[in-house]
Design a protein around this ligand. Structure first.
Ligand code: SF4
Length: 511
């Protein structure tokens, strides 16, 4: 693979978002071999007075390419439309026919794998590439246990808070700090317009929970929801370019009375809406009864299922109960149905789970859902973290990521309390990025090992600037050190933790 500069594109200059590159980082591209018109981005950090460099996976899209100007009113360049072999055949269908798509090669280059390995993972259902035909701005990525662990950031307004531009800013902020996918969970005003603005400007896959907009269409009255309203919402969102949908089709009517006996009932928004609908109408969940219709629709646009955990536990006391695992079993059956239609699937998971019950979740998900990728919310390992629940979540996320979960949904410090703002988004992303990278390192991923070793070497060499550059949060790292040092103390070979006479690394180097 040859390293190439990306060809300059004709993008107008209005509304350039503020995303300056990180210090000493530059954006570079690797050219495809099977598809020479692919230019796969990565971030290169220059270290040790530019004598060394480190390549990192990069999700920031064109925003960190200093050769490009972006007009957010027009949206990002239609990257995938320019690929010669761009076709209207689903990734799963192509993989099963033995064809390596440009998207598979793009993923292979990003992850340091072979295109054939990616194709096999997709064809076996162990990984997915969420890439709606109508989201050509999206840079392909894979979610699967044999790839880097990914993280998702949720954005979206509520009836009480936020505007279209604020949500767009949160999307940009999410990818700046490393979100691999973004879910737009808007439930307030202007859902369609908010989503349109986000998708056209987003270089990572976008997920949604369509039941939210369907409910808005019927004025928030659960009893008025119907398959027809939901189907029309799906079509609207498929046409816009949503890459994956959370669909709570596994929440069966018979499971609702079991969930009602729990300590915290049903805590999924979508799950509670559908549970209420089944009880009002005394009918089975229409997402379950119309599942094959949904498959046909998603196949047409190559949209992935994120089969929702409507009965995830909302407290550690409810973890791994009959309702949760009863729904998981149904999700496993639906996975096979989706695969029959050549539709890619990932499975959503809990929730609140104590450490000792996490492994059972992973093992059972793999068994019941035939190794389809697992996408978990945390799990939060304690119920008492209000104000710091991004941390209770990241603890469980690191563990379940190490055990094989493919994507971790972030939680912010405001979880359970309020709609997160920009700062909360950054906090949530960084701690879950740490969880994902901890899992990658424990799984022996070469990129994670190289990154960690580069930091350790910079630390032992007292290369402070390089330590900031290698940090997930360079600005905070720099501020902590620089603000802590008295001006008259020589600071090069120690920090204020031990001070100049007790710096263990300095003493070791004098031995
Ligand atoms: S002073 Fe202590 S904490 Fe600071 S660099 Fe030296 S050994 Fe590390």
């Amino acid at each position: 693979m040859s390293k190439n500069a990306c060809p300059k594109k004709n993008i107008s200059t209005a509304n350039i978002p503020a995303m300056p590159p990180f210090d000493s980082s530059r954006k570079a591209y690797i050219k495809g071999i099977l598809n020479p018109d692919l230019h796969v981005p990565y971030r290169e950090i220059l270290l040790n007075n530019q004598k060394q460099s480190l390549r990192l996976y990069d999700v920031t899209g064109p925003y960190t390419d200093s050769s490009l100007m972006i007009d957010m009113d027009k949206g990002l360049p239609s990257l995938r439309r320019s690929w010669k072999k761009f076709s209207q055949c689903s990734q799963l269908s192509s993989a099963r026919q033995g064809k390596v798509t440009p998207e598979m090669e793009f993923v292979a280059i990003r992850e340091g794998l072979t295109p054939e390995f990616v194709r096999i993972e997709i064809s076996e259902g162990r990984a997915i590439i969420p890439a709606n035909f109508n989201h050509p701005e999206c840079e392909p990525m894979a979610i699967g246990r044999n790839f880097l662990v990914k993280i998702n950031a949720n954005i979206g307004n509520s009836a009480l808070s936020s505007s279209v531009e604020e949500e767009l800013e949160k999307m940009l902020w999410s990818i700046r700090w490393g979100a691999d996918t973004v879910m737009d969970l808007s439930t307030g005003k202007n859902i369609h317009q908010t989503r349109e603005r986000i998708i056209r400007n987003c270089p990572v896959p976008i997920g949604t929970v369509p039941i939210y907009q369907a409910l808005e269409k019927v004025g928030g009255i659960v009893a008025d929801l119907s398959w027809e309203v939901y189907r029309d919402t799906l079509i609207e969102q498929c046409e816009q370019g949503v890459d994956y949908f959370t669909i709570h089709a596994g929440l069966l009517k018979e499971l609702v009375p079991i969930a009602k006996k729990r300590k915290t009932g049903i805590v999924s928004r979508g799950g509670s809406i559908l549970a209420k609908w089944t009880q009002i109408h005394n009918k089975e969940n229409f997402l379950y009864t119309h599942f094959e219709d949904i498959c046909e629709l998603l196949k047409k646009y190559d949209v992935c299922f994120s089969l929702g955990d409507g009965l995830r536990p909302g407290s550690t006391a409810d973890a791994n109960d009959e309702a949760q695992f009863g729904e998981l079993k149904v999700l496993g059956e639906l996975t096979k149905t989706a695969w029959k239609h050549d539709v890619q699937v990932m499975i959503e998971g809990p929730g609140h789970v104590p450490l000792n019950k996490i492994k059972d979740n992973m093992d059972l998900q793999m068994h019941l859902c035939h190794n389809a990728p697992f996408y978990t919310l945390g799990p939060l390992v304690l119920d008492i973290g209000a104000g710091r629940d991004h941390i209770t979540s990241a603890i469980g996320a690191a563990m379940i990521g190490w055990l094989g979960t493919a994507m971790l949904c972030y939680v912010t410090p405001k979880e359970h309390l309020a709609l997160p703002d920009k700062n909360d988004v950054k906090e949530g992303i960084i701690v879950h990025k740490m969880a994902a990278l901890a899992a990658d390192l424990a799984k022996g991923h070469p990129m994670a090992i190289a990154w960690n070793n580069a930091m350790s070497e910079a630390r032992y060499d007292f290369r402070w600037e390089d330590q900031y550059r290698l940090s997930l949060d360079p600005e905070t790292a720099r501020n902590y050190r620089e603000k802590s040092f008295p001006k008259n103390v020589a600071s090069e070979h120690c920090c204020t933790m031990c001070g100049p006479d007790f710096c263990a690394m300095k003493i070791t180097q004098e031995i």
